[in-house]
Write a protein that binds this ligand. Structure first.
Ligand code: NAD
Length: 451
């Protein structure tokens, strides 16, 4: 007997009461969640400090504040999103009306990673609540303090029959994945994403997979180099590069390579000071295993900027390394750390070919003032989402669905897309009984000729 069976069946019974079907109930729960986060803010910030040495500013702006905005957006729009959407009715269906009903899946499982451990567990939960589901969250064991706070916060503020966090590592996930949930929302690595999808296949459970990969950042010679430098440095080194959509590697046109790197060096010093490895506020690498993995990249590279580290505190300086070839592990694996390899190109077509020879990235960033080049990239390269002349900002607007494609994931969320990710779209035709067109019936003599 699976130890989580009982929780699942209690949540099923709760769902069956029908209480989550009411929009007013869902809005009330979203308000409760917002209050819970407010009450637990100091504990969340402290846990983020313990797990990742996140500064209070980063904790607030990238983990907590972003959730308040998302909840507010849901509260504002939910009453209209839950309404059945009327769509056109085909001429052949004259007399009828067609509607799409957003129906909650039931009991959903959310599995989340450690890099933004609070935000990436709670953001999908907001969608799950709004769409009228019960939910079990399995946060990452690597960010154990945040995991503990999530678990306590949900236990104190919500009945476990409705929402609950289950703490543990891969073995806990495995047990949960053996159960027949109605939807699985997974954020994490490509390798584990495949395990999740296999498990889901057993019961044909719909999945959203928010995965990772190598996101290129391309800078063309006509780009505004000052802004490119600022925005790339910010996007790459936020959270010490432990961001799924951080620019993974930089591809810059030969003529402007030196100048761009010089400017990026200036930004690094301006943002983080000269003695970063002693900084109180620079995010640390999550654990020793990842720290050692990143040091290996440093040892195999020619360092252009940075390269220092503090082994005791698991800090690595924002580092830029010179052109490496594609066989080097730093260009084969997702870096997920504050190390940015730089490649140079002569013609944009080389970049397009190069990116297309690899798995479809989660994000892509292109810096250029030329509209036709921007259009060319958008047309010729497939990627989850991204920015022209910026990095990462596409993730922080509720109006852009966020998700990957191919190896970087399937499905999307944020804003209304989160509501849809946790709803089944039930299409229903309301037929009239006032009259009946005979053409479809076998007895209608000319039926076939008329089609
Ligand atoms: P991970 O895949 O190792 O772990 C994610 C979750 O899966 C954790 O809760 C973990 O306990 C669980 N898990 C681990 N092994 C498992 C197994 N064998 N079976 C079932 N569950 C298992 O990922 P991570 O290291 O926590 O996070 C980093 C990865 O996540 C990176 O690849 C990053 O790009 C990706 N990521 C993607 C997004 C996104 O929104 N697309 C956001 C953040 C991180």
């Amino acid at each position: 007997m699976n130890q989580y069976d009982e929780i699942l069946s209690r949540q099923r019974s709760f769902f069956a009461t029908g209480v989550t079907q009411r929009a007013s109930f869902r809005i009330e729960q979203l308000r409760k969640l917002k209050k819970a986060i407010r009450d637990y803010e100091p504990a969340i910030i402290e846990a983020l400090r313990q797990d990742l040495n996140k500064s209070e500013l980063d904790a607030y702006s990238t983990e907590i504040g972003i959730l308040y905005k998302e909840i507010n957006n849901f509260i504002k729009h939910l009453n209209s999103w839950v309404k059945p959407t009327r769509v056109k009715t085909a001429l052949t269906h004259i007399g009828s009306q067609s509607f799409i009903y957003a129906e909650p899946y039931g009991v959903v499982l959310i599995i989340s990673p450690w890099n933004y451990p609070f935000q990436l567990a709670i953001a999908p939960l907001i969608g799950a609540i709004a769409a009228g589901n019960c939910a079990i969250i399995k946060p990452s064991e690597l960010s154990q303090h945040v995991s503990g706070v999530i678990s306590e916060m949900l236990t104190v503020c919500f009945p476990g029959d409705y929402l609950l966090a289950v703490e543990g590592g891969a073995e806990t996930s495995t047990e949960l994945l053996n159960l027949k949930f109605d939807k699985i929302f997974f954020t994490g690595s490509v390798a584990v994403g495949k395990i999740v999808m296999q498990a889901a296949a057993k019961y044909l459970i719909p999945v959203t997979l928010e995965l990772g990969g190598k996101s290129p950042c391309i800078v063309h010679k006509d780009a505004n180099l000052d802004l490119a430098a600022k925005r790339i440095v910010w996007g790459k080194f936020l959270n010490s590069g432990q961001t799924c959509i951080a620019p993974d590697y930089l591809w810059v046109q030969k003529e402007v390579k030196e100048e761009l790197i010089e400017r990026m060096k200036g930004c690094i010093h301006e943002y983080y000071g000269q003695n970063i490895v002693q900084s109180r506020d620079f995010t640390q690498i999550i654990n020793e295993k990842h720290f050692q993995r990143l040091l290996l990249y440093l040892k195999q590279a020619r360092i252009l900027v940075g390269g220092g580290y503090n082994e005791k505190r698991r800090l690595i300086e924002p580092t830029i390394i010179d052109s490496v070839d594609w066989k080097n592990p730093v260009l084969q694996e997702e870096i997920f750390g504050p190390i940015l390899p730089v490649l140079e190109y002569q013609e944009l077509s080389e970049v397009i070919k190069g990116v297309n020879e690899h798995e479809k990235p989660l994000a892509l960033y292109f810096f250029s003032e030329k509209r036709e080049l921007q259009d060319q990239i958008l047309k010729e390269v497939s990627f989850g989402g991204g920015c022209i002349n910026d990095t990462m900002m596409h993730i922080v607007t509720p109006y852009l669905p966020f998700g990957g494609v191919g190896n970087s994931g399937m499905g999307a969320y944020h804003g209304k897309k989160s509501f849809e990710a946790f709803s089944h779209q039930k299409s229903v035709l309301h037929q009239t009984t006032l009259f009946d067109l005979p053409v479809r019936y076998p007895s209608f003599k000319y039926a076939l000729q008329m089609i």
